[in-house]
Design a protein around this ligand. Structure first.
Ligand SMILES: NC(=O)c1ccc[n+]([C@@H]2O[C@H](COP(=O)([O-])OP(=O)(O)OC[C@H]3O[C@@H](n4cnc5c(N)ncnc54)[C@H](OP(=O)(O)O)[C@@H]3O)[C@@H](O)[C@H]2O)c1
Length: 339
């Protein structure tokens, strides 16, 4: 939180989507004035101001940056789609163009924000089962088997656009964010819990691939932490300290939902399902072993370091109450069943 006397205005580009919706609520609750840059302004609750931009050209929106205490950019076409030529272009250009035009606007600002948090992705790191990827030693490299060549190209170009911004008085942070687990629709957690509900929550393609993730509360707290800590800059992994194999993640969700088993799925079954649902298998096949070294070294404390607690908290809210941990009969673990 900022001290008295400083501006409390945060400009939140792309703040109308899945993450932006809960982040703006948190920022407002913590006393910030939030201005969302969006291509489609409307006034849902009047608690945040919405300002029109197109994510690629300068306009009246640039004056919002003058005197703002922070800029956060979450803009980008969703990656939850088939990677055909048109979607690939939109995914890349929406991220790079938005970052470039924000850089230009900050560079022209009379009183630029002292800090800019730009979205990036934990997917930037190499597919791995063994080597934890922190900001200092993590390897950035595509693995054709993980089908991540395009994603890594996007992530590199996205961060490069931020790095190239000629804005010496603004601290730049690339938030290499893992899958965010949240109550809201549109995120990965709601998909995973419906898989579990239909008995489809077993290991996929062996289930050894590591899942990096973060609870929405810790994501919002990390954002405020990064705003407040002047010594943090460059790439920062925004992920819980405990990634876990896909099969263990699903076991946690199955147990919390009281489901006795989840069906196994092979790689080709996932590929077929991804095709039918107009998405890409990479989102679940790639092993992401990402650790938040900079956050931990700077003293950040996660409220939800373990997935059991994160899933329990989210399920409690989805059921409209913060209930005690459900009692399962004996110590029975959910079983996996081959199809
Ligand atoms: N969700 C996750 O778990 C996760 C994990 C790691 C990284 N990220 C990254 O974090 C960012 C936010 O994620 P999210 O899940 O909140 O995404 P989202 O729900 O798809 O929202 C992204 C926002 O970007 C804007 N946008 C879409 N296409 C655009 C374009 N062509 N030009 C300018 N703006 C455009 C949209 O705002 P308007 O339509 O209002 O203009 C939209 O609200 C994304 O860049 C994503 O890649 C997300």
């Amino acid at each position: 939180m900022l001290g008295n006397g400083m501006s409390r205005r945060i400009v939140l580009a792309g703040g109308s989507g899945f993450i932006g919706t809960f982040l703006q609520e948190r920022l407002v609750a913590d006393g910030y004035e939030v201005v969302v840059l969006t291509r489609f302004p409307h006034d849902p609750n009047g608690r945040v101001r919405q300002c029109r931009w197109d994510g690629q050209t300068l306009g009246d929106w640039t004056s919002e940056l003058d005197g703002a205490c922070a800029l956060i950019n979450l803009s980008g076409r969703s990656v939850n789609c088939r990677y055909n030529e048109r979607n690939r272009r939109d995914i890349l250009e929406s991220r790079v163009n938005a970052t470039r035009i924000l850089a230009e606007a900050v560079a022209r600002s009379k009183d630029p924000p002292p800090v800019w948090l730009n979205a990036s992705t934990a997917t930037i790191y190499k597919h791995t089962f063994e080597q934890p990827m922190d900001e200092a030693t993590g390897v950035i490299e595509a693995t054709p088997e993980a089908k991540d060549v395009f994603s890594i190209k996007v992530a590199r170009a996205w961060e490069q656009a931020l790095n190239e911004a000629p804005i010496p008085t603004t601290r730049k942070v690339a938030m290499r964010t893992a899958m965010v687990f949240a109550v809201n629709r549109g995120g990965v957690y709601r998909t995973l819990r419906s898989l579990a509900r239909w008995g489809l929550g077993g290991p996929i393609a062996g289930g050894h691939q590591l899942i990096s993730w973060i609870h929405e509360d810790d994501f919002c707290r990390a954002v405020e932490w990064l705003i407040d800590h002047d010594d943090l800059g460059g790439p920062v992994n925004v992920a819980s300290p405990n990634p876990l194999p896909q099969r263990d993640m699903m076991r946690v969700i199955l147990r919390e939902r009281g489901m006795p088993f989840g069906l196994h799925a092979t790689r080709w079954m996932l590929e077929a399902a991804a095709y039918i649902h107009r998405t890409e298998a990479e989102l679940i096949l790639k092993s992401r072993y990402v650790v938040p070294a900079k956050l931990l070294e700077s003293g950040f404390k996660f409220h939800f370091p373990r997935m059991e607690d994160a899933v329990h908290e989210i399920e409690s809210r989805l059921h409209g109450k913060l209930s005690p941990r459900p009692q399962h009969s004996g110590s029975r673990e959910p079983q996996s069943v081959d199809l």
